[in-house]
Design a protein around this ligand. Structure first.
Ligand code: HAM
Length: 423
């Protein structure tokens, strides 16, 4: 049997890859406008980084990591997310010694051993940003408004931005206690996962999608009831800035995120139209993470969005740009000498930045023209033996059906003029 790609992974082929490139280019220009710089870290890291960073009790660390022993018997893990890696680099590469805050972004593959379904992959891609070294509410607002403005630029509509504050370790301990008290009598009615969460991570019960868990948690104390004054003032300021900046959000006191490192602001963006896996972006503040992995006390905040899910939303909402022809002109060279001359001409055109091609299959004139038309190419550059003898080139406009003759010496300049007009 032919070998198949692993479950939950995709081949990104020509025809689809243009959509990825379009999204990545839009992301990069928004990041440039906001002053974020790219960071690339290894695709695998010491397992301990994620155990300490993401948290031992999270689903990601407990069930979803691709962990292996390398040949030196070290435990390694394919990164399930990049926040921990960026913080590791911040400490290891002493980025705290540079002007602060560090404003970083990344685009790349992540790996989680989850049950594949529509919108959920084992190798998926994230675009994320992380701001390290700034604790002001305005930073939280900048991070959320960056993703809001990116979605606006892409033309996405019907987004729901849910915002919450999960508080600091002090408010969280209080919340945890109150929640356990509230749920103690209802524990047996919770799903198996939540019964297990009761001890190790009761806050996640608020987030469970199981209807009976949702019913049992109606009226449960939320983060809102347990925030300390500092966290509550911080949150109010974030909301005020967001409101003034025109970001439409909803405060969702039940939003707790699936990773352990969050403090204060947490948020998610949802698009219902793409189905069950509707979260296209998630993020928040993590003021203890850098310290947790051995660095100096450093506040941090960021988000990551699923590229596959954003593309699915763009597809459903018909917001992807139309496919454009890849080549501007096709050379049609007839005869061996014309091919040699034409090949040199193509090199000159390409070196000036024009995307041009020629037949590589030895097809007839008729079939070459047919192929040029099929590819949506605007111009055919015809060079036969007779043209070669007169040192001219025929430029045929395939859209208008007109053609002109130029001397071979002037050909590059003439074609470039047409190209510049078209771009
Ligand atoms: P996360 O919520 O685990 O957060 O993932 C962020 C986004 O990645 C999700 O909202 C979703 O769009 C996408 N995603 C996650 N898992 C999958 C999957 N299996 N298949 C397809 N898409 C997926 C984080 O990863 C944090 N590091 C975000 C962050 C950055 N927080 C602070 N800074």
């Amino acid at each position: 049997m032919a070998i198949q790609r692993p479950k939950g992974t995709q081949d990104l082929l020509p025809g689809t890859i243009e959509q990825w490139q379009y999204l990545e280019e839009t992301i990069r220009s928004v990041c440039r406008e906001y002053g974020y710089e790219e960071i690339r870290t290894p695709m695998f890291e010491a397992t301990e980084l994620f155990q300490r960073g993401v948290g031992q009790t999270t689903d990601i660390v407990k069930k979803e990591m691709y962990t292996f022993q390398d040949k030196g018997d070290r435990s390694m893990t394919l990164r399930p997310e990049m926040t921990a890696s960026v913080c590791r680099a911040y400490v290891e590469d002493k980025l705290y010694g540079q002007p602060q805050p560090m404003k970083l972004y990344y685009i790349g593959p992540m790996f989680r051993y989850e049950r594949p379904q529509s919108g959920r992959f084992r190798q998926f891609h994230q675009f994320g940003i992380e701001v390290l070294g700034a604790d002001q509410p305005i930073v939280d607002a900048e991070v959320i408004s960056l993703v809001w403005n990116l979605y606006k630029r892409l033309g996405l509509i019907g987004l729901e931005v849910h915002v919450n504050s999960v508080g600091c370790p002090i408010c969280r301990a209080r919340h945890r206690e109150q929640l356990q008290e509230f749920l103690a009598a209802r524990k047996s009615k919770l799903c198996n996962d939540c019964q297990e969460r009761f001890e190790r991570n009761p806050l996640r019960i608020l987030d469970c999608k199981n209807p009976s868990c949702q019913e049992e948690t109606v009226g449960a104390p939320t983060t809102k009831d347990t925030l300390c004054e500092d966290c509550s003032t911080h949150f109010e300021k974030v909301l005020a800035i967001l409101g003034r900046a025109g970001v439409v959000y909803r405060v969702n006191p039940r939003l707790v995120r699936g990773l352990d490192y969050y403090t204060k602001t947490a948020f998610e963006v949802m698009v219902e139209e793409i189905g069950a896996q509707s979260a296209i972006c998630g993020g928040g503040r993590y003021d203890k993470l850098v310290e947790e992995i051995g660095g100096p006390p450093t506040p941090g905040i960021g988000f990551a969005m699923g590229i596959e899910r954003v593309l699915a939303a763009l597809q459903v909402q018909h917001k992807l740009p139309e496919e454009k022809p890849k080549l501007f002109a096709m050379l049609i060279a007839l005869g061996e000498q014309a091919q040699i001359e034409g090949f040199a001409l193509l090199s000159d055109l390409r070196s000036q930045g024009m995307p041009v091609g020629m037949d590589l299959l030895g097809r007839s004139l008729k079939n070459q023209l047919k192929s040029a038309n099929r590819q949506g190419v605007r111009y055919a550059l015809i060079l036969g033996e007779e043209e070669l003898a007169r040192k001219v080139l025929v430029i045929r406009d395939l859209t208008l059906g007109e053609q002109m003759e130029v001397s071979l010496v002037d050909a590059v300049e003439e074609i470039n003029k047409k190209y510049q007009r078209g771009v």
